[in-house]
Design a protein around this ligand. Structure first.
Ligand code: PEP
Ligand code: MG
Length: 902
């Protein structure tokens, strides 16, 4: 009869059994301790309990079957190796119990040192340490303190107070002045605190101490701060932590002992050299607690030349082995060096680029690997001006970091005032509750924009990002009173002309002026630094890696730009065309009056006059853009927003009319305007008369725009340039809409273009879910698709893009419904699926159909990888995101594993 055998999972690995690639199972610390052990480096022996054991414990609330036995077996083997038994009264083996997840979560989880000490083994430890009673009792009191706090939730301050009392009684402020007797007394005091809070004596059984400590480390995975950290860093919640049980080595055995941390290069700047701190006669926790001042690592050479030389040798070996910056922790116990930890070290954005470049020079990695080691978020950070926050600046409010950068200036509340003050050479910050298309001139004039309402895709945010201008939106602690020209926040009143500083990366708002530094990386992209003569190592590295990314990428990168100036800047940043020129701004300012005439036109004649007046203005706009983008494709989108956005607000108009009537003034014109605004008022304008619907309802509107585009293209071509216009129809949901627009447009184009050689493509945005789902039909009438992922996200989720981020996204993020706003990074499963379906069905119907994306996601690193994978031809993003998209498109092309530079 066959017996059913269950194979027991392996939950415990000796250090000699693991390696650095087993981070999923052994955590970062365990995998790297194993790697160092196998390299023959001096690692204190030990073993690792796997993340799978932790996951099993957390899901069932008890240790999985077999774990206890495996720990026992590995402990026995460790005891044999060390020639000591855990907690042996005469010659104890002591161990540390340390957490270590796959991704580093510094300080978020627990560690217990000196496990194995009790009332009897403390004497054995003293003997081991050559009769050093003080050391033994100090180690014991540390165990009770850490164990009490970590394992049994005894309030840490109680131990701190007892320690302070002991020092007070001794008349000192220094721990080191407490002698063995003082520490023995402190152990008694600590035990009483322990018993008071737990209702039991401090456990004397070493194995019980070990098991409880392991359990506490498992549980610390779900400590509140660990959960928060994971959410912030986007670390999955179900990974669990491994637990490392390591034989103790002591850095606090006297002046020939000590502990330190080191980096193989400067993690701040990437500069080569040795960076680290050393503290003689101390344990690791003393360094962290900052009780005594460390000395630079270089001074170890005088204190202990042998250990220093050995350490330098090991650091060089680790760098060569890991082919990257390593950070390490070490301890010297009576002149013997021990490696307690290594890992590929965290670094600043600048250091990431510099080090990747250096490692290529040193022949340790190739350029593909260098490209893997950096990411778009780091590049974006390097492109913003930064505040020099070395002084004591405290934020007064925090909103959403809507468009990164740092800006200081005088507060203004209206667009007109922003323009006036900027013309006088002042830096201004435009403060509004929210912005609308009317604020555009003020936004252009301002150094930064601050709103009290709206999220990351609010008008202010989108427009500011497009301009590369700093913006903090949704700072809802601000009470903004535009008519009174002031805002209040936290008891302060800020009026026009007062100076504030806003940080568009963190969303923080400061009163007064915080000094700002420009970005050298932007100067390089703008062409003011010649790459051949760059001596700045950061700029050199950026240049080299960007060149490689450009060579590697398949995706083209275009920009969203509506003006010649934006187009020119984006081109310097490497844009290969315009993916979205929103024509709506061309209906503002002086042209508003023409739009009013268009809307109010009583008859065909008046409407045609208004359109005829707009035509040359539009043509001039396009000529400027085609010139700047000479030879490159320019996608011009026909007007999208509801026309009543260009009229005065209903309430304001109603009040004006009522007041004027009261005064007996002639209000015929205002009344006509008011009745038009009333007629056009919509409850849900985003789902109303906009986009292609507008083109089908207002005769001649799209025709005028098509004509202006075609005439501009012909004019530029006749002047010797090359214009490549692509006309894009917004908000299409059915092929019939597109066919109607197309039929009219084709006639006009044929008439205007004649034999000029200009070729005009006609395509559509895919931003209504129905369009995505009927893409096969729509492709019959479209030469290209451009995914409008802002509207597509809005309509797929049913989230109003102007409201939800400020209103309730915080709760969705808190609940983990999504890890990041779907307006920021593409929701691959839902919205992304619509993109995928449309791409596949569109291309099936029309092979070679050109596909791009022009929603905000076009400049988001993760989304760029998604669009690469879906097979789009290009992404289009705001000018300042162009380098980021180029870099990520390169990374996507060489990546088999996706974005891995965490
Ligand atoms: C979009 O919807 O993604 C888009 C690019 O258009 P807009 O943001 O102008 O609506
Ligand atoms: Mg849209």
């Amino acid at each position: 009869m066959a017996t059913q055998e269950t194979v027991e999972s392996k939950y415990v690995y000796d250090f000699a059994e693991g390696n650095k690639d087993l981070k999923d199972l052994l955590g970062g610390k365990g995998a790297n301790l194993a790697e160092m052990t196998n390299l023959g480096l001096p690692v204190p022996p030990g073993f690792t309990i796997t993340t799978e054991a932790c996951q099993a414990y957390l899901s069932t609330g008890r240790e999985p079957d077999g774990l206890a036995g495996q720990i026992e077996a590995h402990l026995e083997s460790l005891e044999r190796q060390m020639g000591r038994r855990l907690g042996d009264p005469d010659d104890p083996l002591l161990v540390s119990v340390r957490s270590g997840a796959k991704f580093s979560m510094p300080g978020m989880m627990e560690t217990v040192l000196n496990v194995g000490l009790n009332d009897r083994s403390v004497i054995g430890l003293s003997t081991q340490a050559g009769g050093n009673d003080r050391f033994a009792w100090d180690s014991y009191r540390r165990l009770i303190q850490m164990f009490g706090k970590t394992v049994c939730e005894v309030p840490g301050e109680e131990f701190e107070h007892a320690l302070d009392d002991a020092k007070h009684a001794k008349g000192t402020r220094n721990d080191l002045d407490l002698d063995a007797d003082d520490l023995r007394g402190l152990v008694d005091a600590y035990k009483k605190i322990f018993a008071k809070h737990t209702g039991r004596e401090f456990p004397q059984e070493p194995r019980e101490q070990l098991d409880l400590a392991i359990r506490a480390v498992f549980e610390s995975w779900n400590a509140e701060r660990a959960i928060l950290y994971r959410r912030q860093e986007r670390i999955p919640a179900d990974l669990g932590t491994a637990v490392n049980v390591v034989s103790m080595v002591f850095g606090n055995l006297g002046p020939d002992s000590g502990t330190g941390v080191a980096f193989t290069r400067d993690p701040g700047s990437g500069a080569q050299g040795i960076y680290g701190d050393y503290l003689a006669n101390a344990q690791g926790e003393d360094v962290v607690a900052g009780i005594r001042n460390t000395v630079p690592l270089q001074e170890l050479e005088q204190l202990d030349k042998n250990s220093y030389d050995e350490l330098l040798g090991i650091m060089a070996r680790l760098e060569e082995h890991y082919k990257d910056l390593c950070d390490i922790e070490f301890t010297i116990e009576r002149g013997k060096l021990w490696m307690l930890q290594t890992r590929v070290g965290k670094r600043t954005a600048a250091a990431a680029f510099v080090i990747a470049g250096q490692l290529v020079d040193e022949g340790l990695i190739d350029l593909d690997e260098a490209l893997h080691r950096v990411n778009g978020a780091q590049l974006a950070q390097l492109m913003f001006p930064r505040f020099q926050l070395d002084h004591d600046f405290q934020p007064v409010a925090r909103g959403i970091g809507a468009s990164p950068g740092a800006a200081s200036g005088k507060v203004v509340f209206t667009s007109a005032r922003a323009v006036e003050l900027a013309a006088e050479g002042e830096s201004v910050i435009l403060v509004r509750r929210e912005t609308n298309p009317d604020d555009l001139t003020g936004m252009i004039a301002a150094k930064g924009i601050l709103t009290s309402r709206g999220g990351k895709t609010s008008h202010a945010a989108v427009v500011a990002r497009g301009m590369g201008k700093t913006c903090v939106s949704g700072a809802d602690e601000l009470e903004v009173n535009v008519p009174a020209k002031r805002f209040t926040v936290g008891g302060h009143t800020v009026g026009e002309g007062d100076v504030v500083s806003i940080d568009g990366t963190t969303g923080k708002v400061y009163l007064g002026e915080v000094p700002v530094m420009p970005s050298e990386v932007v100067q390089y992209f703008e062409g003011s630094l010649d790459p051949a003569h760059i001596d700045n190592p950061l700029v050199r590295a950026v240049h080299r890696i960007m060149t490689h990314a450009d060579a590697a990428r398949r995706l083209r990168v275009r920009t969203n730009a509506d003006t010649g100036a934006d187009a020119a800047r984006a081109r310097r940043f490497g844009a290969e065309g315009i993916g979205l020129c929103r024509t709506e701004h061309m209906f503002l300012g002086d042209r508003r009056e023409l739009v009013e005439r268009l809307i109010l036109a009583a008859g065909e004649r008046e409407r045609e006059d208004a359109l005829a007046a707009l035509l040359p203005l539009q043509r001039a706009d396009f000529v400027e853009i085609f010139r700047e983008m000479d030879g490159l494709p320019v996608t011009v989108r026909l007007i999208d927003p509801p026309l009543h956005e260009f009229l005065p607000p209903l309430e304001q108009l109603a009040v004006n009319v009522a007041v004027a009537q009261e005064r007996g003034e002639d209000v015929a014109k205002e009344e006509a305007l008011l009745s038009a605004v009333r007629r056009m008022h919509e409850e849900n304008p985003m789902l109303g008369l906009r986009g292609v619907r507008l083109g089908l309802v207002i005769p001649g509107l799209f025709a005028m725009q098509v004509r202006a585009i075609a005439e501009a293209a012909v004019a530029v071509t006749r002047d010797g340039g090359t214009a490549c216009p692509e006309i894009m129809v917004p908000l299409v949901g059915a092929v019939q809409e597109l066919e109607t627009v197309r039929a009219e447009a084709e006639k006009i184009i044929a008439e205007v273009v004649g034999d000029s050689g200009v070729e005009v493509l006609i395509g559509t945005m895919i931003e209504v879910p129905r369009a995505a789902l009927t893409a096969g039909q729509i492709a019959e009438a479209a030469e290209f698709f451009s995914f409008g992922t802002n509207d597509l996200t809005q309509m797929a989720w049913g989230f109003s893009r102007d409201d939800v981020e400020g209103a309730f996204f915080w709760r969705y993020l808190e609940l983990g419904i999504f890890g990041i706003s779907p307006f920021e990074s593409i929701d691959a499963d839902g919205v992304g699926r619509l993109v995928r379906i449309a791409a596949e069905e569109g291309r099936a119907a029309r092979p070679g159909l050109k596909l791009g994306v022009c929603g905000e996601h076009g400049g988001d690193p993760d989304s760029v990888h998604f669009f690469h994978a879906v097979g789009l031809d290009y992404v289009s993003c705001s000018p300042f995101r162009v380098p980021v998209a180029r870099l990520e498109a390169g990374r996507a092309a060489i990546s088999t594993t996706g974005s891995d530079s965490r």
